[in-house]
Design a protein around this ligand. Structure first.
Ligand SMILES: *Cc1c(COP(=O)(O)O)cnc(C)c1O
Length: 243
């Protein structure tokens, strides 16, 4: 599984270069390794190569790899080459009836896009006396997307989330439209940046509002140039044939 190491090196080089082009500090960008198509062995390999932020979107797969990786890290806890723990991100659509299964596993929920989902998460946190970090998923492309709050409603929903005591709004998340057209992708990322700035300027958000989660395997360099602080990258890491 040498290819995982090589893929990660290439991605890292590209991120460094994109940061240079954008005049950004490399430390301002975090990569979440998206494991939805990976098996446990591949994920362990990625962890050994330094990936400590992991992202999932399929509930069944999430639970399975979460348990297996947790057991593995516990078993190897004296191995200096491995971190004591990894952080899991819920990056995909979250159904309200899955909140109580998912929340105990995650560090950051990227996909809060309705008031009802926010209320469900908040209710879970109140019951369990916990807090949760979330991102507001915004639909920044003109295309009809299944998920994400429309641009025009984003500030209002952000305010509603911020009014919930247990919810810590850390930023926004967006998905680029499905296209190869770089200009269109860049436009949607740049719109995300504008919405981020609009919300950031509001009095109701705190200093913790810092993140823009955008950019996947095919568009993460554009995302870095447009201000992403969290990249969600899957196939470019775990596909063996990436050249
Ligand atoms: C699958 C997925 C990714 C990663 O996609 P790749 O193209 O494999 O890098 C990122 N974000 C979300 C929400 C996803 O579902």
């Amino acid at each position: 599984m040498q290819y995982i190491k090589e893929n990660l090196k290439k991605i890292n080089d590209n991120i460094v270069k994109a940061c240079k082009r954008a005049g950004r500090d490399v430390d301002s960008v975090t990569m979440v390794a998206v494991t939805k198509t990976a098996n446990t062995e591949q994920i362990i390999q990625a962890i050994k190569c330094g990936c400590s932020e992991l992202g999932e979107n399929r509930i069944q797969h999430f639970k399975q790899v979460y348990d297996e990786i947790s057991d593995y890290l516990e078993e190897k806890k004296h191995d200096a080459a491995l971190p004591d723990q990894v952080n899991w991100h819920m990056i995909g659509h979250l159904q309200r009836n899955k909140v109580k299964q998912i929340l105990p596993m995650v560090r950051l929920v990227h996909s809060v896009d309705t008031l009802r989902l926010a209320e469900e998460i908040c209710g879970y946190c109140e019951k369990n006396q916990s807090d949760v970090d979330v991102l507001l998923q915004v639909n920044c492309s003109e295309e009809v997307q299944k998920f994400g709050v429309p641009v025009g409603a984003a500030v209002h929903l952000a305010e509603q989330i911020c009014s919930m005591e247990k919810m810590n709004l850390r930023g926004i998340m967006t998905m680029a439209p499905l296209t190869e057209d770089e200009k269109i992708i860049r436009q949607s990322f740049s719109r995300a940046r504008e919405i981020f700035d609009d919300i950031k300027a509001e009095r109701f958000v705190g200093d913790d509002f810092q993140h823009i989660s955008m950019g996947m395997s095919n568009d993460y360099e554009i995302a870095v140039e447009e201000g992403a602080t969290i990249l969600r990258i899957g196939s470019a890491i775990f596909n063996e044939s990436n050249e």
